[in-house]
Design a protein around this ligand. Sequence first.
Ligand code: FAQ
Length: 339
Amino acid sequence: MPSSASSSPGDTAAAPPQEPALQAHFDRTIARDQRVEPRDWMPEGYRRTLIRQIAQHAHSEIIGMQPEGAWITRAPSLRRKAILFAKVQDEAGHGLYLYSAAETLGADRDDLTDRLIEGRQKYSSIFNYPTPTFADVGVIGWFVDGAAICNQVPLCRSSYGPYARAMVRVCKEESFHQRQGYELLRTMMAGTQAQRDMVQDAVDRWWWPSLMMFGPPDDDSPNSAQSMAWRIKRHSNDELRQKFVDMTVPQAEKLGVTLPDPELKWNEERGHHDFGTPDFSELMRVIKGDGPCNAERMARRRTAHEEGAWVREAAAAHAAKQARRTAERARGEEKEHAA
Ligand code: FAQ
């Protein structure tokens, strides 16, 4: 990580006269590891990068409700149903915090939703894979929430205050999600051979897509260098992928499943596990919309948005009524004072 922050040359080139001083103040804030807040001046590129990342993150949480949400009606017990309900509801909450964080940067939530629905903004590749068995619910908790924790704990120290603060609660909840997934898998592994096979099958299907969640390799990651210089991101995609592998291997051993990578082995010299290369051409295909469930996920999101129109209209009408009443009350009080 560089010792001080820098901004892209374009940001200062288009600057109005007072901007160099503001830029210098911003650079100092980053270099001292202090937080940038919504009221502060920030380079346009920094604002744009944050809106891009936070919006994609918010969309991921919302679309991420679908793969597991599909199992709520079919969960095998009341306990599992209650847990799954709570988890999926948490993801909705994370989406809302994140849309609010994006709004502090001047983004408009309706506009962000339109961009998602029109395919102009991305969401995480991982949510474009199917969930054919209940073991998928456990493996999503273990792998996907586990990967989310690796990626998001450092974001609690992100340079943009509202994003960093939102991440604190999000990470606490993701940690609960990961444990519930692992606990579900341990229960299944203590069950019948058919249940153990179901867990291994889900592990085989989710392992590589989970590694792809961390993004392209560092050499092919166009945004990483600048995002790290601005301390939005604290670690590169490959560093976080390695951390996830190192964290997950002993958990897999304890669970009694095999991770589907013949190249996976401990490297004493590096103090890390070596592992195979994910198929990054698959990642690119899925990001571009050609994953197993992209069309289904977007169709569901569009329908939910259309079906929710009356709720948004009712909420807006209620807010307008409240505002009118507050204004009327204020006018009444003014008259009373004047009398
Ligand atoms: N999927 O230059 P980089 C969760 C895009 S939430 C789709 O490396 P960057 C909770 C990338 O946006 C999961 N697109 O980009 C949960 C960029 O495109 P752009 C989401 C991807 O931003 C659990 C282009 O490729 N988490 O799991 C992916 O520096 C269970 C070049 O990439 C976050 O969003 C991908 N996997 O690094 C919910 C965390 N990877 O915008 C329900 C915050 C890359 O230039 C159930 N985000 N791209 O057109 C981040 O940390 C970063 O944005 C990265 C990408 C690491 C995802």
